[in-house]
Design a protein. Structure first.
Length: 255
């Protein structure tokens, strides 16, 4: 499976000419093909607890399955402290009908500057970026609820971009722009803390049970705001095709 994905990386990279985001700064990339290893070459391997992996319904290779008692913890690193600079998070996610808030990705603790991307029960996908107090920073418009605007138990491609020059946050679902906060004030929005980034669960005070009931595939983290062209390209090719030749040293591990 790893060899096949590596072959797909090389072939698709050649066919796409490394595409629109070939030069984008990839900070971490998790294909979740049986583990939580970072394939970007930056060594940000995750530690998985209770996570299983399956090729069933996966977009590319395998995907990580979370059962509300599982999660992945990424290492504490300055590479994930984007401050007020640009960054993007791209992933495929499948979520079952849920009654509680499900955290997909988070890096926040207490009142430390951070962010969370979650599906809020009865409201929809929302993003919070500021001092870790989610109710003070939630996007003014949520996309949802999921059951009515996009179906449960189906993989969807989700991209969140934080663009400092535009002073706003954009949310794309299945390649289409759904939310553009535009003039949403950037003041106080900051991703800079000593917390580990988590996938599928939250460790923020009082919210440890916000665990994902579903699956995630092909998670990529960039320190740039992805463009619509780049996001469109990701609908049909793994994020790994956007890496280019950078992580060759990491490929050797999987030969």
């Amino acid at each position: 499976m790893r060899f096949l994905k590596l072959l797909l990386v090389v072939v698709m990279g050649m066919l796409l000419g490394l595409s629109a985001v070939a030069q984008a700064a990839l900070v971490a990339y998790y294909p979740f093909d049986g583990d939580a290893i970072d394939w970007s070459g930056n060594g940000h391997d995750g530690v998985a607890t209770g996570v299983t992996y399956t090729a069933t319904d996966a977009k590319f290779g395998q995907m990580a399955v979370f059962n509300q008692a599982a999660g992945i913890t990424l290492p504490i690193t300055s590479d994930f402290n984007f401050g007020t600079a640009d960054c993007s998070f791209a992933l495929w996610v499948k979520e079952s009908n849920q009654a509680n808030d499900d955290v997909w990705i988070e890096k926040t603790v207490g009142t430390a500057d951070g962010f969370t991307i979650r599906n809020q029960a009865g409201a929809g996908v929302t993003v919070a970026v500021d001092d870790g107090i989610l109710t003070n920073s939630t996007m003014p418009t949520k996309y949802g609820p999921q059951g009515s605007l996009y179906p449960f138990d189906t993989l969807h491609h989700v991209v969140v971009t934080l663009d400092s020059s535009a002073a706003g946050v954009k949310l794309y679902i299945d390649g289409a722009l759904k939310i553009n906060t535009g003039g949403w004030a950037w003041v106080g929005r900051n991703i800079n803390n000593t917390a580990a980034m988590t996938i599928g669960f939250s460790t923020n005070a009082g919210s440890f049970n916000r665990r994902l009931f579903g699956a995630i595939d092909d998670l990529a983290i960039y320190n740039t705001a992805l463009t619509q062209t780049a996001i469109t390209a990701m609908q049909t090719a793994p994020a790994s095709t956007q890496i280019g030749p950078t992580p060759v040293s990491n490929w050797v591990i999987y030969e």
